[in-house]
Design a protein around this ligand. Structure first.
Ligand SMILES: Nc1ncnc2c1ncn2[C@@H]1O[C@H](COP(=O)(O)OP(=O)(O)OP(=O)(O)O)[C@@H](O)[C@H]1O
Ligand SMILES: [Mg+2]
Length: 258
């Protein structure tokens, strides 16, 4: 019997279909301006690829900020619980999950059963999130995917003093105007994300092993800066962006079969 999870985030939407605790299909799309449309599209694509129709899905759990708009969901569960469940599926030794998405960042502590015992969240401002990196990539005139490569070439990191995205962007523009190497600025920006995230980790306490989920886990410079800052080796799953939808699908199956 197939079960599904759907995660409507601020930037991307994911759908995952599971059967007997195994992933049978998943899709990732951009959310765009209409989260309802994004949910329809991402689910339709996953179903098509799996050779299924919506009626074949026994139970569907929705998560992410857009979860309230998904009419075909049987249940809605927070991203905290879903990311925790997804991470635990990939590696049951994980006790700390760092999810950095487009609009917020979270640190989730799990127990040995994969249940959430504590969490800390930054959803007040874009600093330390994917959106921050997107703004900075634009200021540095590089593609988002090229930001970590740029940072790899740094000789000395330039420290970025502004905490706010808007001020940090002006700071970056003036650093470029002063002739500082773009690579060194990029390294400084990644370090500032690592510092912000380490502050969140401190609030819940770091327990090994640590896994990173969400789209920013695809940025190797953030991962490296965080490894150094936290003095650990963060596990990066093969598809970190689907963690929330995967957790939602697994919780759908558990809910239905329990
Ligand atoms: N290939 C990539 N290289 C670098 N960064 C990437 C890549 N793919 C995604 N990202 C980062 O991931 C971010 C989006 O993450 P994600 O898809 O988890 O967000 P979301 O779930 O929509 O947001 P939220 O959970 O905050 O609502 C982008 O802002 C970008 O910084
Ligand atoms: Mg998300």
């Amino acid at each position: 019997m197939p079960f599904a999870g759907i995660d409507i985030g601020s930037l991307t939407a994911e759908a995952v279909i599971v059967d007997q605790g195994e992933i049978i299909q998943y899709t990732i799309c951009s959310t765009g301006s209409n989260s309802r449309k994004a949910a329809d599209k991402v689910m339709k694509l996953a179903l098509q690829r799996a050779g299924l129709v919506l009626a074949d899905i026994e139970y569907l759990v929705a998560t992410g900020y857009g979860r309230v708009n998904i009419e075909f969901a049987d249940k809605r569960i927070t991203e905290i619980t879903c990311h925790g469940r997804g991470a635990y599926f990939w590696n049951p030794e994980v006790r700390t999950v760092i999810d950095i998405g487009g609009q917020d960042s979270k640190v989730i502590r799990l127990n040995d059963k994969g249940r959430v015992v504590d969490f800390a969240m930054n959803d007040k401002c874009a600093a330390g999130t994917g959106r921050f990196l997107e703004v900075m990539a634009h200021a540095l005139e590089v593609e988002l995917a090229g930001l970590s490569e740029l940072s790899d070439k740094a000789i000395n990191a330039v420290s970025i003093s502004s905490m706010c995205t808007v001020f940090a962007e002006s700071e970056v523009v003036s650093l470029i105007a002063r002739g500082l190497p773009r690579e060194d600025i990029a390294r400084g920006l990644h370090q500032s994300i690592a510092e912000r995230t380490a502050g969140l980790v401190k609030r819940v306490g770091l327990e090994e092993r640590v896994m990173m989920t969400g789209g920013v886990a695809c940025n190797s410079a953030v991962v490296r800066a965080l490894n150094e800052k936290l003095n650990t080796l963060i596990i990066i799953p093969s598809e970190p962006q689907i963690a929330g939808a995967l957790g939602a699908a697994l919780l759908a199956e558990e809910e239905f079969t329990s």
